[in-house]
Design a protein around this ligand. Sequence first.
Ligand code: ADP
Ligand SMILES: Cc1cn([C@H]2C[C@H](O)[C@@H](COP(=O)(O)O)O2)c(=O)[nH]c1=O
Length: 234
Amino acid sequence: MASFKHSISLSSSTDRDGLIGRASGEVHVIVGPMFAGKTTALLRRIKSEGNNGRNVAIIKSSKDTRYAINSIVTHDGAKFPCWALPDLSSFRKKYGDEAYEKLDVIGIDEAQFFEDLYDFCCKAADHDGKTVVVAGLDGDYLRRSFGSVLDIIPLADTVTKLTARCELCGKRAFFTLRKTEETKTELIGGADVYMPVCRQHHVNGQVVMEAARSVLESHKLKSDSFLEAAAPVV
Ligand SMILES: Nc1ncnc2c1ncn2[C@@H]1O[C@H](COP(=O)(O)OP(=O)(O)O)[C@@H](O)[C@H]1O
Ligand SMILES: Cc1cn([C@H]2C[C@H](O)[C@@H](COP(=O)(O)O)O2)c(=O)[nH]c1=O
């Protein structure tokens, strides 16, 4: 009888815990609405890792130009230097291979704007042994899943959902309400455009905003058809 042989050797590249390569990385995810303190929590974690002698770096999306270009800034003004990048895959090259090797902890802010979030977290934690701390919006202003943030939950060691205070009643706020008529998903802004709200005020606020948007839309249609009708005269 032919003897059975494993086609894949499990011992050759494993360490004594049975792990291949450097799989001691971690992924920690911080989500919640705007103004919940996600950037504050990320900053606190990164500073404490740095104070414990670990090499740290923070990346944010270059789409976020609100308060500063090369710093992450909380809504109450705390600041920390960071790499502002259009995607995460460019980080290693920009940071330098040698410096990347020495890096222990990578913070990612505004994670909802990075399309390659899943692949980056997998590679950094599973293969490169990094601790990755990710902060971002779980939902957009319509409470739809935002970017790839929810896709990395299965990769995570811990997931923390923070809450803000509802700007209308002071209860815990789980959601973000957009105060303008703009409907595109990505719209950079702060308290001028968004406010944190509880469930009741998100539902009520959405009804009011939808009504305002449709009034504006019908005004626009009327003025467009007026301009079209007037065009031959002009
Ligand atoms: N409606 C608001 N407008 C401006 N700042 C706010 C508002 N609500 C809370 N803040 C401040 O923002 C801080 C949180 O900022 P930050 O960590 O940048 O939040 P996030 O990253 O979740 O948007 C709070 O501790 C509070 O001081
Ligand atoms: C809800 C919502 C938010 N955004 C933008 C607005 C801000 O620029 C960031 C979130 O910043 P924060 O650090 O969490 O305060 O995201 C968006 O583009 N679309 C949305 O629906």
